[in-house]
Design a protein around this ligand. Structure first.
Ligand code: S3P
Length: 436
């Protein structure tokens, strides 16, 4: 299967961002562990990743219902909490599909339980580093084995007994942070996480709303074992999905796009900062708060972009958006340099290699570095046939490239977009960009 995208004469319209993937996973997992009743989760992410989380929680004995949402919103779910210790032994292997978030957060949930559980996923997932969660969970008393000396899935959880620990995070990873906080809920004693950089804080926000005893001291997190109270969650729109339209809008020569209902949590909003640094005409409209998360509509218009340097603390705040920032970098005047982003090498694909490969194929001067890339801007983007590397964000970044390129771009295996954004190609069609 493939799709071909060509630049429409103008790019105008309104788009509703689908429910946030990170918040959706957490709303299901945390409410499943609550002991105070049934929670309602609305505008749930339509992506396959979050469905993997729902199916795994069901396999662990949690009752979850799912109904289509109203007025263009995502599905509505109910989750009946079983309490921190109420999960039951699964009768089969748990399949996280393509989802790193499911695997790493579930590892914190499954660690140190009086049951056997095996967690696996697709080929991409089985190649992603899991030692980063296995090692600290083992230190906390969990017994976990896995392939390649306990660093790769399938991971096998054999039980153990958890005690709190003080841990210095070796990477700025919200998945690792959340995994250890989840384990800490059931551990004996205090869990302290020292971080050198901020990463997305949805877990901290939801834990606070659910009554968890979690303090932030500077960048360190201090958690006492706590029960969770059920909380209803209206999921904000996903800024990582909105990012595709932001970049398309600022790069297209005749564009005005209004993206509705976008979560703008500061620990996720690095894309807004980066595009503004590049000179983007981007306005936040109707800023409001939804379920403890800041939300706005975002208006983007055709802009004259310039190259920038992205490095350091901003990287974790836009890590998932770098493949589409590369599209903006190709169009911008001057060089864009991205550093400190070596985590891109271990995402759903090696996103540095994949981005450089397609950009070079489309006539853009760009080189990969061990921890980022250097893109010579001011290029128009040419056409061609490109692989999606089985990576949803790569496929959709190529779709954006097609909306702003001089020649059509054909994307192979586009269905992978369904991992986070099943309606993405339909929205491109509605904007007049789908030609085959
Ligand atoms: C996520 C955290 C990020 C991000 C991923 C979702 C989360 O991963 O890339 O898409 O929901 O916690 P890391 O925390 O491993 O960087």
């Amino acid at each position: 299967m493939s799709v071909t995208i060509a630049r429409p004469r103008s790019l105008r319209g309104e788009i509703i961002a689908p429910g946030d993937k990170s918040v959706s996973h957490r709303a299901i997992m945390f409410n499943a562990l609550s002991n105070t009743g049934t929670a309602t989760v609305t505008n749930f992410s339509p992506g396959a990743d979050c469905t993997s989380t729902v199916e795994i929680m069901r396999a662990l004995g949690v009752e979850i219902t799912r109904e289509p949402g109203k007025n263009g919103m995502g599905d509505s779910l109910t989750v009946k909490g079983v309490g921190l210790n109420g999960l039951t032994e699964p009768i089969d292997i748990l399949d996280a599909g393509n989802s790193g978030t499911t695997t790493r957060l579930m590892s914190g949930i499954l660690a140190g339980r009086d049951m056997l559980a095996i967690l696996t996923g697709d080929d991409s997932l089985k190649s992603r580093p899991m030692g980063r969660v296995v090692a600290p969970l083992t230190n906390m008393g969990a017994v976990i084995t896995g392939r390649a000396d306990n660093t790769l899935a399938p991971l096998v959880f054999h039980g153990g007994s958890l005690h709190g620990s003080t841990y210095t995070m070796p990477v700025a990873s919200a998945q690792l942070k959340s995994c250890l906080l989840l384990a800490g809920l059931r551990a004996n004693g205090t869990t302290t996480l020292n971080q050198s950089t901020e990463s997305r804080d949805h877990t901290e926000r939801m834990f606070s709303a659910m009554g968890v005893n979690l303090q932030k001291v500077g960048l360190s997190l201090v958690l006492e074992p706590s029960e969770l109270e059920t909380v209803d969650v209206e999921i904000p729109g996903d800024i990582s999905s909105a990012a595709f339209w932001m970049v398309a809008g600022v790069c297209h020569p005749d564009a005005e796009l209004l993206i509705r209902n976008v979560g703008i949590n500061p620990t996720r909003a690095g894309i807004i900062t980066a595009l503004k640094m590049m000179g983007a005409d981007l306005t936040l409209v109707d800023e409001r708060e939804v379920a403890g998360e800041p939300v706005a509509d975002i208006l983007v218009k055709t802009s004259q972009l310039r190259g920038i340097e992205l490095a350091g603390d901003i990287i974790p705040l836009l890590i998932d958006e770098i493949p589409v920032i590369a599209v903006a970098a190709a169009i911008a005047e001057g060089e864009t340099i991205i550093r400190d982003a070596e985590e891109l090498r271990v995402k759903e694909s090696d996103r540095i290699h994949a981005s450089i490969t397609w950009m070079n194929g489309a006539g853009i001067e760009a080189v990969g570095t061990p921890d980022g890339m250097i893109v010579s801007g001011g290029n128009s983007i040419g056409g061609g046939h490109f692989q999606s590397y089985d990576d949803h964000r790569l496929a959709m970044s190529l779709g954006v490239a097609g909306l702003v390129s001089t020649e059509p771009i054909t994307i192979l295996d586009p269905d992978v977009a369904g991992i986070s954004y099943p309606n993405f190609w339909k929205s491109i069609e509605n904007l007049g960009g789908l030609v085959g």
